[in-house]
Design a binder for this molecule. Structure first.
Ligand SMILES: [Zn+2]
Length: 231
């Protein structure tokens, strides 16, 4: 069986409600990782997702490369996004149960990596349960120890941009690649994934309902989407 936890980054966007409605219709659980500034910009859309009970994670306030800023600046990024999210939950009158975190670009902070992990552990951030992830490289890279939420498969659909030459076909090729150079093969039997996907209006403009096209294909190939659980 192929099991997968879906995560979508850079929440919130104009098309958040459409994405949320699609996911709800297909019974696909998700963690939406919030870019603090985007939540402020698309506030009503963000509120819509929170009221549906979706778990919202912290993805920093301005989405910097954490290896290019100081530890203190990194902490400010995390805390500013965190207070935006606390306000959002308060306004939605929904109790905030979980606080997962994901670094923008998967950049764990370079020389500040250890300090940042310690910060996350000591400030109540929740590690996504990765007990069932079977890949050797997950442990070899210490991802079983890190508090932040990394991934086992990246759809790379954010490369679909005006003039990039990267198309939905390339996303499908990546999805069907059984020997990927990084990460794990999406459709290999007995897989267990944390999937990296994004909510981007730009992608939606170029490929309407890209999320439906990609995730329907996952369902057709037998992927079972699992509820987020935390350690
Ligand atoms: Zn991001």
């Amino acid at each position: 069986m192929i099991k997968a936890l879906l995560t979508m980054d850079d929440f919130s966007v104009r098309c958040t409600p459409a994405i949320v409605d699609y996911l709800e219709g297909k019974h696909i659980p998700v963690i939406l990782f919030a870019w603090g500034q985007n939540v402020e910009q698309y506030h009503d859309e963000a509120l819509y997702a929170v009221k549906k009970g979706i778990v919202i994670g912290n993805h920093s306030y301005t989405h910097p490369h954490f290896s290019e800023i100081s530890f203190d600046e990194g902490v400010k990024e995390i805390e500013k996004c965190e207070s935006v999210l606390d306000e959002l939950y308060k306004e939605a009158e929904v109790q905030r149960k979980y606080r997962p975190f994901r670094f923008p670009y998967g950049d764990k902070g370079g020389e500040n990596k250890e300090l940042l992990q310690k910060y996350l552990a000591e400030h109540g951030y929740d590690k996504v349960d990765d007990t069932n992830i079977p890949y050797l490289w997950w442990k070899e890279n210490g991802l079983d120890k890190d508090i932040d939420t990394f991934w086992t498969f990246d759809f790379a659909e954010y490369n679909i941009r005006q003039g990039s030459g990267f198309t939905l076909d390339d996303v499908f090729k990546k999805m069907n690649d059984m020997n990927p150079t990084s990460g794990a093969a999406l459709f290999a039997p007995d897989s267990y994934h944390i999937l990296l996907f994004h909510s981007h209006d730009e992608t939606q403009e170029l490929v309407p309902e890209y999320y439906k096209k990609v995730l329907d294909e996952c369902i057709a190939k037998g992927v079972v989407f699992v509820e987020p659980k935390f350690k």
